[in-house]
Ligand binder design. Structure first.
Ligand SMILES: Nc1ncnc2c1ncn2[C@@H]1O[C@H](COP(=O)(O)OP(=O)(O)OP(=O)(O)O)[C@@H](O)[C@H]1O
Length: 461
């Protein structure tokens, strides 16, 4: 028998690694626990709404900003171990807009890209540097503009010169901040074709913040969707998912492949709204209060059963929050580690007035979410059907009256609540009252689903 050779896929060492980085300009984190591994030669598009932190992430990657927590490794060494000058010899940035206070020519501008390798701006340029500058101008298609004044160029021409400047750094990694912003469609395509060419011909690793989802789908094989933390990191087909985009961008979109096209297209809201009129999204029948992973099974079960639900309030960074952005119809979101704000509590209250059922998952009860439990109690007194999903213990589903007869079950429930109550007994007291108000206790996700179907038979499919 011929022994078959084992084929072992060797993953290349990452060229760039973000390990659990958090950063904020103010007390609160803007980026929270971001971990990304970038292989050499990848082409990655960063997506996210205005203010989601894309530029900030690029500034962290270029070493202009320092993370509060976590570290960024460039070829296995932290950026501070490399030092600014050495890092700049490997990572180049193409900023969103470049304003020059001086009347530099294009060639002078591009030669500024050699700064990390020379001791002064224009003084110590060697023949070797001149060759690189000419090569950079040629690659970016700006040789014919070399004597022109940079500030007098059109937006598209300036963009190409800025790319040439970055190329003069001979970087392994090119970071671009919205390279197509303010450009007409011809220049948008030209710029992205150029970037793609650099990626393919020079094996340059590319990371670009992008607003145009269609261009991102067309040019970037890997997309990372941000909303302070990473919401999705995968291929365009997985990231450009209508539910996910509508939750992150707050607008309904449709995704499809246009006739004759090879790539996904994101259709504008007007057409999507029209489409959504034809197949309306059902309003959530269920609201979940969860946290710390306690809602995971319940969310997956509801999504599998096509039962629309809302959830919250949840802090950004909570594992339930990340999953909820994918699965829930609406996620009431709070800042990382922050107590629940009045605005979020108001949203929870309004939502509890609209839904048929509240599912309370077995989350830890701390001072931060005690308010949610108190809101659940208020809703119970207003007649909302509440289902308490316990940590798994040895009882079967005991609805309403039967539960009261089964004293041991209540005891067990309260014992499990006491074990996760960090509010000096206030959380436990709240639970006792919720039970007294007629809540149903269930110890399995399947039984919880049955309760939901009973309470919202027409809306839950
Ligand atoms: N130097 C700064 N000091 C304080 N806050 C800042 C600073 N720079 C940016 N911010 C704030 O940080 C948040 C994220 O900004 P950032 O520019 O990283 O987002 P972005 O995703 O690139 O946005 P856009 O798509 O609009 O360019 C914004 O609320 C912004 O106002």
């Amino acid at each position: 028998m011929v022994e078959s050779k084992k084929l072992v896929a060797v993953r290349p060492e990452p060229i760039l690694e973000m390990q659990g980085i958090s950063f904020g300009y103010k007390r609160q984190d803007l980026l929270y626990d971001v971990s990304v591994s970038v292989a050499p030669g990848e082409m990655i598009g960063l997506l996210g709404p205005n203010g989601s932190g894309k530029t900030t992430l690029l500034r962290l990657l270029s070493g202009v900003l320092q993370p509060r927590r976590g570290q960024i490794l460039l070829q296995g060494r932290t950026l501070s171990q490399w030092g600014r000058r050495q890092a700049a010899q490997r990572i180049a940035v193409v900023p969103q807009e470049l304003h020059m206070p001086f009347t530099y020519t294009v060639e002078q501008m591009v030669s500024l890209g050699r700064t990390p390798f020379t001791s002064s701006f224009f003084g110590s340029r060697k023949e070797h540097d001149s060759t690189i500058i000419q090569d950079a101008m040629q690659a970016a298609g700006v040789t014919s503009l070399s004597e022109r004044i940079f500030n007098e160029l059109s937006g598209g021409e300036r963009q190409r010169v800025t790319v040439a400047m970055a190329l003069a750094q001979q970087p392994s990694i090119l970071l671009l901040d919205e390279p197509t912003a303010h450009l007409d469609i011809k220049y948008q395509i030209e710029t992205l074709e150029l970037v793609q060419q650099l990626n393919q011909d020079r094996k340059m690793t590319i990371i670009a913040a992008m607003h145009d989802l269609n261009l991102a789908a067309r040019y970037f094989p890997r997309l990372i969707l941000f909303q302070r933390g990473i919401v999705a990191d995968a291929s365009p087909a997985e990231v450009l998912e209508p539910g996910l985009l509508s939750r992150v961008y707050g607008v309904q979109v449709q995704i499809g492949i246009l006739r004759g096209a090879e790539h996904l297209s994101v259709l504008p809201p007007a057409q999507a709204e029209e489409a959504s009129k034809q197949s309306p999204h059902p309003a959530p029948a269920v609201h979940l209060i969860a946290g710390g992973g306690s809602g995971e099974l319940m969310m997956r079960a509801l999504a599998d059963a096509h039962i629309p639900f809302s959830i919250g309030a949840l802090n950004i960074g909570d594992s339930d929050h990340t999953l909820a952005l994918r699965l829930a119809e609406d996620v009431i979101t709070e800042q990382p580690y922050a107590p629940i704000s009045e605005a979020s509590m108001l949203k929870v209250r309004q939502r509890l007035q609209q839904v048929d059922v509240l599912l309370l998952c077995p989350t830890a009860i701390g001072p931060g979410n005690l308010l949610l439990m108190q809101e659940a109690l208020r809703a119970a007194h207003n007649g909302l059907h509440i289902v308490l999903v316990t940590a798994p213990f040895n009882t079967t589903c005991v609805p309403g009256e039967e539960l009261r007869a089964a004293g041991a079950s209540i005891e067990q429930l309260l014992k499990s609540v006491a074990a996760r109550d960090y509010t000096g007994g206030q959380g436990l007291h709240c639970f006792e009252q919720i039970v007294q108000a007629g809540a149903v206790i269930v110890d399995s996700v399947g039984v919880a689903l049955e309760e939901v179907r009973k309470a919202a038979p027409s809306r839950a499919i």
